[in-house]
Design a protein around this ligand. Structure first.
Ligand SMILES: Cc1cc2nc3c(=O)[nH]c(=O)nc-3n(C[C@H](O)[C@H](O)[C@H](O)COP(=O)(O)O)c2cc1C
Length: 161
């Protein structure tokens, strides 16, 4: 069974709420193992075991939060082992134009450097779900749709291993 890991950091709960919606979207596919974890508790084994890895971070000065970068840097331990897995990212910011897209891109850069495959979004937030402050119903819906899309691709690729 395909496995999708959603790893997130959240101080005041906004990114956590997004992460939960992403997880719900993945789970709605059925027949997929969904794991929702804080970045601080995410291990190298978790990264290696997943077919899809979706990372969420609040926007801190236009990039990922330090706690997320710690996981990214730690992931050098499995460099070369994540090739061909599916990746994605989402972010919560304080304001529109506050850098949520650049935060997502900062995470995706790391995933691409690992050789991962990133699913873009044609309709909606193109680089991945964003929320300004607490995610409203629309943002949660986008998160769930994104989880479903990334999960679907991870399932398809895992079935061809
Ligand atoms: C250290 C720090 C830096 C931040 N930098 C930005 C920023 O550059 N742009 C922005 O829009 N919001 C910024 N914010 C606001 C957070 O991105 C926002 O409150 C977010 O929703 C918090 O997510 P969380 O509830 O998951 O912790 C910053 C907050 C902190 C604590």
């Amino acid at each position: 069974m395909a496995k999708v890991l959603i790893s997130y950091f959240s101080k005041s709960g906004n990114t956590k709420k997004m992460a939960e919606s992403v997880a719900e979207g993945v789970a709605s596919l059925g027949d997929v193992d969904v794991e929702l974890k804080k970045v601080q508790e995410t291990t190298i084994d978790d990264l290696r075991a997943a077919d899809g890895i979706i990372i969420g971070s609040p926007t801190y000065f236009g990039v990922m939060a330090d706690e997320v970068k710690v996981l990214m840097d730690k992931s050098i331990q499995c460099y070369g082992k994540l090739i061909g897995k599916v990746g994605g990212a989402f972010s919560s910011s304080g304001m529109i134009g506050g850098g949520n897209e650049t935060t997502i891109l900062s995470i995706l850069q790391g995933l691409l450097i690992h050789g991962m495959i990133v699913q873009g979004v044609q309709k909606g937030n193109h680089y991945g779900p964003v929320s300004v402050g607490a995610p409203n119903e629309e943002a949660c819906k986008e998160c769930a749709q994104y989880g479903r899309m990334v999960g679907k691709l991870a399932k398809r690729l895992a079935s061809q291993k």
